[in-house]
Design a protein around this ligand. Structure first.
Ligand SMILES: NC(=O)c1ccc[n+]([C@@H]2O[C@H](COP(=O)([O-])OP(=O)(O)OC[C@H]3O[C@@H](n4cnc5c(N)ncnc54)[C@H](O)[C@@H]3O)[C@@H](O)[C@H]2O)c1
Length: 291
């Protein structure tokens, strides 16, 4: 889809790419949806700031983009570290000769637990990462968005169906992902009138990435010395299937999970000038789930 939109746009008004010359910070872009956003943005002429807690994967994404003629830099680090947020904005502005045009607040993971068993650490970490970090990054980058230079400015916060509809076992994640909807609308109202900044939320349903892979695959992330297992237990997936009379993905009208490329294509579509009159919205990219 993104490639096709790009082709059409180039034939029309954007011969150098939909995001030509724009500097984009994409958090959590070492893999999954963020890495696909980085690749698609670079294909459209953006100068991409790739940032992830996984330094090796961050560099690999940058190398791949550069190998295909795109522009990118790696600024690896933990978004939960305030110093990294400062460094990230500083390096992005240097890369952009004093300009930053796009932020995609995408970094994250889930740390599930039912309400009566959820620890303070689970709660605080997930709220910090999915709600406070997007706020802090936007606040740090404010001087580059509150400008009147006639160039586009865009903030995209990544949410989830868990934030819009709730999800058993994800009280922490649901609250944070609901929270960014309000944050997004506030940015749209504060920075839209004077500076023309657009802000939108994109809420994903089931996208096939490490986050939704079988937990038994053994992926984990470390939080202050504690290993947090990633993925969804295959037992849980099978139980859902059994409840739906053996039909896989019965709750998704398109009948399948989305790919990271499909998810990132929606982010590109909203970041692009083809969406220049879309602001303050929450766009569900779910294959029709929850309609
Ligand atoms: N995959 C889905 O089904 C789905 C659904 C709804 C929302 N989302 C959201 O989409 C976003 C991307 O998820 P994904 O599916 O691509 O997962 P992913 O695990 O493939 O990628 C997430 C990336 O974020 C990075 N990250 C995590 N914590 C970080 C930190 N503290 N600092 C810096 N980087 C950090 C990880 O290292 C990883 O590279 C997340 O915000 C997630 O909550 C995903």
């Amino acid at each position: 889809m993104a490639e096709r939109i790009g082709q059409i746009a180039r034939q029309l008004n954007y011969p150098k790419g939909l995001l030509y010359g724009q500097v984009a910070i994409i958090t959590g872009s070492g893999q999954g949806i963020g890495a696909e956003c980085a690749r698609l943005f670079a294909n459209e002429g953006a100068k991409v700031v790739v940032t992830d807690i996984d330094a090796k994967k961050t560099q690999e994404v940058v190398d791949t983009i550069r190998a295909s003629g795109g522009k990118a830099i790696a600024v690896a680090g933990d978004m939960l570290d305030d110093n990294h947020i400062k460094e990230l904005v500083k390096k992005a502005a240097e890369f952009g000769n004093g300009k930053i045009h796009i932020i995609v607040n995408n970094a994250g993971f889930t740390w599930d637990g039912v309400i009566h068993k959820m620890t303070d650490k689970q709660w605080d970490t997930i709220l910090a990462l999915h709600a406070t970090v997007p706020f802090k990054l936007v606040r740090e980058a404010a001087p580059y968005f509150r400008v009147k230079d006639g160039e586009p400015r865009n903030i995209i916060n990544i949410s989830s169906t868990s934030g819009l509809h709730g999800n058993a076992g994800q009280a922490n994640y649901a609250l944070a992902k609901a929270g960014v909807v309000g944050l997004t609308k506030t940015i749209a109202k504060e920075w839209g009138p004077q500076f023309g900044v657009r802000a939108n939320t994109i809420a994903f349903g089931h996208i096939a990435t490490r986050l939704t892979a079988d937990k038994e695959a053994g992926a984990f992330i470390e939080v202050a010395g504690e290993k947090v297992a990633l993925g969804i237990p295959s037992k849980q997936k099978k139980a859902q299937q059994a409840n739906a009379g053996g039909v896989k993905y019965a709750d998704i009208p398109l009948g399948r999970p989305g790919t990271a490329t499909e998810a990132a294509s929606a982010v590109l579509a909203i970041a692009s000038p083809l969406s220049s009159y879309i602001s303050g919205q929450t766009i569900s990219v779910t294959g029709g789930r929850n309609i």
